[in-house]
Design a protein around this ligand. Structure first.
Ligand code: SAM
Length: 292
């Protein structure tokens, strides 16, 4: 049987040849384990027709596998000094475009529209860990229309994404991600030895199957209540919301809590997504029948 895997210089060889020193400040921990790279691509479930957005292509190990399996790949990379490496590694792939910039600053929907036209996007990335949460939130709240995200994140973040109410790791990120994704699952645990240089933490590949994008106004209301609740997670919801929701008096908040069938002395960490959405709706409605 012939080996269909792309033949590319190893990370060690590329780093030596280009005298490249990974930058800790940019979270540069390159994946050097073929099996994990293949599991990421398998989790993305590519059939040759997908428009893929990659954040942080680095030395291009994941990028070229995505280019082999997808229709087109748009890769956003902040570190311009990787340009000669990526040019060499990706030279045989006409379906890859690298955009140089900070993913937190660029206009992702516009970039994707220019690269792919009006296509649904699949995000696949070994994320730089120093910006995992802001990148995820930017993609979910302001990103292009997407159907799935396959992301390498530090284990502690994966635990938060899949946490259940009432546990220590359940928080604002959990609720936000559950709002946008109908299914969140851990696909592979990845020890630090699969990267070079090794990170200090273990990692997990997570897959998020996304719902159609919810109404932005409803999302904004929910996000305000979730942040207010978890902003003071040791306080009761009545106290936390009274403190954080400027312009709302305590009585109307208590009324909204009761209307949403959430006891005012509960804490944010015990509320399910459904209870948070009821509460956000009740606070938005603001007027309740007398019997409530
Ligand atoms: N995809 C490569 C791999 O799997 O080996 C590299 C992953 S490395 C963990 C993260 C990559 O993200 C690095 O190439 C780094 O330069 C890039 N990066 C860091 N911060 C970024 C930012 N704000 N915007 C875009 N890329 C960034």
């Amino acid at each position: 049987m012939t080996d269909s895997r792309p033949s590319v210089p190893s990370a060690a060889e590329l780093l030596r040849r280009y005298a490249f020193h990974p930058k800790k400040s940019l979270g540069q921990h390159f994946l050097v384990d073929d099996r994990i790279l293949e599991r990421i691509v398998a989790a993305a479930d590519l059939s040759g027709r997908e428009a893929v957005l990659e954040i942080g292509p680095g030395l291009g190990a994941l990028t070229l596998r995505l280019a082999q399996a997808a229709w087109r790949v748009l890769a956003v990379e902040k570190d311009r000094s990787l340009q000669p490496v990526l040019s060499e590694v990706l030279r045989d792939f006409g379906n890859v475009q690298v955009c140089w910039g900070d993913v937190l600053e660029v206009d992702l929907p516009r970039m994707c529209e220019e690269a792919f036209g009006p296509r649904t996007v699949r995000v696949v990335a070994n994320l730089p860990y120093y910006v995992t949460t802001p990148v995820m939130m930017k993609l979910l709240e302001e990103g292009p229309v997407m159907d799935r995200m396959v992301l390498m994140v530090q284990r502690e973040v994966a635990d938060r994404l899949t946490a259940r109410p009432g546990t220590k790791t359940y928080g604002a990120l959990t609720v936000a991600v559950q709002w946008f994704a109908e299914k969140v699952e851990s696909v592979a645990r990845v020890p630090a030895s699969c990267f070079w240089p090794r990170p200090e933490v273990d990692s997990v590949v997570v897959r998020l199957d996304l719902r159609p994008r919810p109404d932005p106004e409803v999302t904004r209301r929910l996000s305000r209540v979730v942040r207010a609740g978890f902003g003071q997670r040791r306080k009761t919801l009545l106290n936390a919301l009274s403190h954080a929701l400027a312009g709302r008096d305590r009585a109307s908040i208590e009324q909204a809590l009761r209307h949403a069938r959430v006891a005012p002395d509960r804490r944010a960490e015990t509320l399910s997504l459904e209870e948070f959405t009821r509460l956000a709706q009740a606070l938005a409605d603001g007027v309740y029948p007398k019997s409530m």
